[in-house]
Design a protein around this ligand. Structure first.
Ligand code: E4P
Length: 217
């Protein structure tokens, strides 16, 4: 499973890249707002840090303008993946941009039928939002399961990018189901390493080691 980090915070992206933990980045207009930076400038910096796909989202809602914005974003760096909302115009733009060789990420997916349409439009990635479905007292993970089955039934190559991940359990469940990618907030990626028995065990080993009076040379 690939890990993307879901943020436009360059210092978090740098940290996680140095740890060797991430394969790409996803951003969206809300994350750009949170960064307080210009979209072109911050996206260019992110693309200089990360080799893998960096999703940057169009904000136009009509086909021609979406394609125009997508191409403008793609000029920032070769690893840009153009993020498009799951609307009829977004799907049409996805088909047009994919046909021209651009990477695409169809976002704001909340149903299996939407994911089927994105795959038929040739999307590189489909982004089903787990956490936002859970917020509505629905089962976000069930959506990942349905999409996995439909894509496998027909051999679609669109990668399932599990998004709106809020917990470490979301990551585990998405991995068990076979999502190709999880895009995860920085704090949740770091939380994946944590286990109280690891901390307790290490503490005990270090205490016993100190009693031996030895050093490793
Ligand atoms: C995905 O690409 C989105 O940026 C993101 O996962 C949305 O997450 P949220 O529902 O926590 O805002």
């Amino acid at each position: 499973m690939k890990f993307f980090v879901d943020t436009a915070d360059v210092s978090d992206i740098r940290d996680l890249t140095e740890l060797g933990l991430i394969d790409g980045v996803t951003t969206n207009p809300s994350l750009i707002l949170k960064s307080g930076r210009d979209i072109t400038e911050v996206t260019r910096e992110i693309c200089s840090i990360v080799e893998g796909p960096v999703s940057a989202e169009v904000t136009a809602t009509e086909f021609e303008a979406m394609v125009r914005e997508g191409k403008t974003l793609a000029r920032i760096a070769p690893n840009i993946c153009i993020k498009l909302p799951l609307t009829l115009d977004g799907l049409r733009a996805c088909r047009a941009l994919t046909a021209e060789g651009f990477k695409t990420n169809v976002t704001l997916c909340f149903s299996a039928n939407q994911a089927l349409l994105a795959a038929k439009a040739g999307a590189t990635f489909i982004s089903p939002f787990i956490g936002r479905l859970d917020d509505m007292v629905m089962d976000g993970m069930e959506l990942i399961r349905e999409i996995r089955q439909i894509y496998d039934n027909y051999g679609f190559e669109t990668e399932i990018l599990a998004a709106s991940i809020r917990t470490v359990n979301h990551v585990k469940e998405a991995a068990l189901i076979g999502a190709d990618v999880a895009t995860v907030p920085p704090a949740t990626i770091k939380a994946l390493v944590k286990h109280p028995l690891t901390d307790k065990g290490l503490e005990q080993f270090l205490a016993d080691w100190a009693k031996t009076g030895q050093t490793i040379t």
